[in-house]
Write a protein that binds this ligand. Sequence first.
Ligand SMILES: Cc1cc2nc3c(=O)[nH]c(=O)nc-3n(C[C@H](O)[C@H](O)[C@H](O)COP(=O)(O)OP(=O)(O)OC[C@H]3O[C@@H](n4cnc5c(N)ncnc54)[C@H](O)[C@@H]3O)c2cc1C
Length: 289
Amino acid sequence: MLPGETAEAMLDNELIMSLIDEWTPRDTYEIRRAAVYQFHAATADKWRQGKIFIGGDAAHQTPPFLGQGMNAGMRDVINFSWKLPLVIQGVCDPQLLDSYEAERSAHAHDLVEWAVSVGKLMDHMAEVERAQRDGLKPPETPEALRSSGYGQGRTQPPIRDGIVLLEQVSDTGSTGYLFAQPEVTDVDGSLLKLDDILGNGFALVTRSNEKLEISEQTRAILNQLDIGVVSLEGLSTVRGRFDRLFEQFESAIVRPDRLVFGHTDESNSVDDLVAKLAKKLTLTNHITH
Ligand SMILES: Cc1cc2nc3c(=O)[nH]c(=O)nc-3n(C[C@H](O)[C@H](O)[C@H](O)COP(=O)(O)OP(=O)(O)OC[C@H]3O[C@@H](n4cnc5c(N)ncnc54)[C@H](O)[C@@H]3O)c2cc1C
């Protein structure tokens, strides 16, 4: 709305139709509902007080330029909903729930900030068009603004706190990011989504199906957390690709929300990886070595 326009006046059907006239003939649509929305760029300072947690628009509101409002809210719920049962069932200490805000807040901040910069880019492009129309020199597009546009290389950030092997998180790795989910065929030729093979909980995904050399303690943790071991051997990708991490590394732990917790490397065996996961999760009855 422009300065001076009121919400009441804007809801008038005749006015709405006059705004659409230039693009769509009146006899091709019907107005079912009209509303004036005010958008915000805001994130809550605190997502938890005792047993009360907030998520969705209660925790963050974004201008609509990125279409990420509800998406971010769903990520909150997906994040929280695998942690809460672990605490309620006594598998993990209640402090696990502090990782909810630690993981989601920075992510929500980043998306809101990105949506704001896309809005500024749109404003700027309108200025460019206006200058072109009036035969004036269009304003320069600053690089920072250009890079916020779709397809300009900006991607969702990894989680940099919480239940993740922090030492592996980088701008180019897989740890802290969503695990790649290709469509695959198995040895029988059945078409499946890798997601379905992983199941709903944690998964220890390995490149080959060689028998895992793991300690008794690791086996106990895998059992306690009901972590399934999934081998990629024998699967062929039909659409998409396996996560890039398998070009270099043998195994990875994928969280129930499909973020990569971490992978094996020169400094981490499967035993190390599983022990670090148990520690991060504040697994009860777990003896750290
Ligand atoms: C015009 C517009 C376009 C959008 N486009 C997109 C898009 O393309 N992509 C996207 O991802 N998101 C989009 N969004 C954002 C998306 O709609 C919101 O992020 C999402 O609906 C938030 O869900 P929520 O459950 O957190 O909150 P809400 O949907 O606001 O739900 C909160 C509910 O709580 C109820 N409530 C409030 N107070 C009380 C109380 N005291 N007691 C009981 N109930 C109460 C409310 O009535 C409401 O039903 C858009 C939003 C708008 C306005």
